[in-house]
Design a protein around this ligand. Structure first.
Ligand code: DQA
Length: 153
């Protein structure tokens, strides 16, 4: 069966392309969505891609993802650093989750270096610009592969 993944983007990511381009680059979220959906298809997965500026909407989407998707890729934006509610939702839904960031959150302000979400995720990809999303899709494909490679076992 075709695997299904959802990419959930949090606050201010709708402004990619014009927002702090020195940090986040000039690629728009729409352009990232198109590449993510293509890469997922190439790897045999269906991807949905959404963005919201609201914490509760992220939580609702996570809840709705149960039974609908096999894995979640999540860029929680600034919620990364303090939303225990999103962390609890990720834990509660028991779906594998990959945290993703365009910027290297370890190399920026101190308050960004801590993710309260990462401990309940399978892993975190941070610092590769828009390519962080592509890497996350590839990680998702490896995690969901029926016949896992030797390297993982
Ligand atoms: C971000 C990093 C966060 O610290 C910031 O608040 C964002 C974007 C990233 O993708 O690099 O909104 O999640």
């Amino acid at each position: 069966m075709q695997k299904r993944i959802i990419v959930i983007n949090g606050p201010n990511l709708n402004l990619l392309g014009t927002r702090e381009t020195d940090v986040y680059g000039t690629v728009t979220l729409g352009e990232i969505a198109a590449v993510v959906i293509d890469e997922a298809q190439r790897l045999g997965m269906d991807a949905d891609f959404i963005q919201t500026n609201h914490e509760g909407d992220i939580i609702d989407k996570l809840h709705e993802s149960r039974g609908k998707y096999d894995l979640v890729i999540l860029n929680p934006g600034a919620y990364t650093h303090y939303s225990i509610a999103i962390r609890d939702a990720v834990k509660a839904v028991q779906l594998p989750c990959i945290e993703v960031h365009l910027s290297n959150i370890q190399a920026r302000e101190d308050f960004r270096s801590r993710s309260v979400i990462a401990p309940v995720c399978a892993g975190q990809i941070s610092g590769f610009g828009a390519n962080s999303y592509i890497l996350a899709v590839r990680a998702a494909a490896l995690m969901l592969a029926e016949n896992k490679g030797d390297i993982e076992s």
